[in-house]
Design a protein around this ligand. Structure first.
Ligand code: ZN
Ligand code: ZN
Length: 371
């Protein structure tokens, strides 16, 4: 696989066209930025794709017009017709739909505000609007060859940063200094940006799953949760390791060992066809056996891709029967245990689901990093 191979935009747009026909619509209107990027390569923060039977029109405003033309010239954009939005997007949408005699339009209900929808209805009173959910998101769940290649490279780069955490974590440093040092390393490793604000949570702060790094200095006896990720070619990877500053007490060590066992248990059961909820349960059972069931306060993992949190959720099932994992899905496995006011631990790796198990995309040492 060459480094800069383009995705198969045609196949992705064909799947959208299949959905358009299933909804019995003349046009499918895509507005979620991550879905626009997946379908066309356009990476702006706003835009609208109007896909009809024979044509895909990409409405973009002046901020993106030049870059879209350039991208298209070098084959980094799907075969779409860019159309410049000079005023309001809703006016441009009406201008695009009206001459094409579009009557029935499928739209992404989860990504359109009530206010925007009201404006569309007002501008296009003759259009019959059909709400859809998770159409493009479902396509995005199973990664294709080009995406897996990017995620493999991103996972390796992130593991490289994780393998050298020892150089960055020392007693006396403030959490925010460690976080900044990690983000410098992400930058040096080739990531375009952190995937989220880096978490460095020390001592009692480690018991807060989403702690923000602050002025607290790392001190002897602390557990330190280090959770960080990066974006590479638009794709997110995400990893957590735990450091111990000097000697930690027995309870902290047991906490880490329990989380480590829970992660191993989840990794052992994950493969194509297994319910995501069964993977979650494997981690939960392991912590439960050690009296830490109540200390595991979040899901075991989340899908990764153009967004940091996407389907599938590795959690208790919201569906009956529970949804199975499929080969080609990429997700995190990140059990944690938190004892409020005392300490917490979480271990997180990214995996590609395969027919026989999983491929760990973030191969960095997982043991407690004693500094
Ligand atoms: Zn994370
Ligand atoms: Zn995560």
């Amino acid at each position: 696989v060459s480094l800069n191979e383009s995705p198969d935009w045609t196949a992705r747009l064909r799947a959208l066209d299949d959905a358009r026909r299933q909804y019995d619509c003349d046009a499918f209107l895509v507005s979620a930025p991550a879905n626009l990027r997946y379908l066309t390569g356009f990476a702006g923060s706003a835009g609208l794709l109007v896909a009809t039977a024979g044509e895909a029109v990409l409405l973009i405003d002046g901020r993106y017009h030049t870059s879209v033309r350039e991208q298209q010239a070098v084959g980094r954009l799907a075969a779409v017709t860019p159309q410049l939005v000079e005023g309001r997007y809703d006016a441009a949408l009406a201008d695009a739909l009206t001459p094409r005699a579009v009557r029935r339009v499928a739209f992404e209900a989860a990504h359109v505000s009530v206010a925007t929808f009201e404006v569309w209805r007002h501008r296009l009173p003759a259009v019959d609007w059909r709400a859809t959910e998770r159409v493009v998101e479902r396509s995005r769940e199973v990664k294709d060859r080009v995406e897996i290649d990017i995620l493999r490279r991103a996972g390796l780069a992130l593991a490289g940063v994780a393998s050298r955490l020892r150089e960055l974590v020392r007693a006396g440093q403030r959490e925010r200094d460690v976080a900044r040092a990690i983000e410098d390393r992400l930058d040096a490793a080739g990531f375009s940006q952190p995937a989220f604000p880096t978490i460095v949570a020390s001592g009692p702060n480690s018991a807060l799953p989403h702690a923000r790094p602050g002025d607290r200095q790392l001190r002897q006896g602390d557990l330190v949760v280090l959770d960080f990720g990066g974006v590479l070619d638009g794709y997110c990877v995400d990893l957590t390791r735990v450091a111990a500053v000097g000697q930690v007490d027995t309870r902290a060590k047991e906490l880490f060992d329990a989380v480590s066992a829970a992660q191993s248990a989840a990794l052992a059961v994950i493969r194509h066809g297994v319910a995501a909820s069964a993977v979650d349960q494997a981690a939960r059972d392991e912590l439960g056996r050690r009296g830490l069931g109540q200390a595991f306060v979040h899901a075991t993992g989340h899908g990764l891709g153009l967004e940091l949190h996407e389907a599938p959720r590795i959690a208790r099932s919201e569906h009956e029967p529970p949804e199975p994992l499929l080969a080609g899905m990429v997700c995190t496995i990140e059990p944690g245990a938190y004892l409020p006011g005392l300490a917490g631990a979480r271990l997180e790796d990214d995996v590609l689901v395969t027919t026989t198990g999983c491929e760990v995309l973030t191969p960095a040492p997982r043991d407690l990093l004693v500094v």
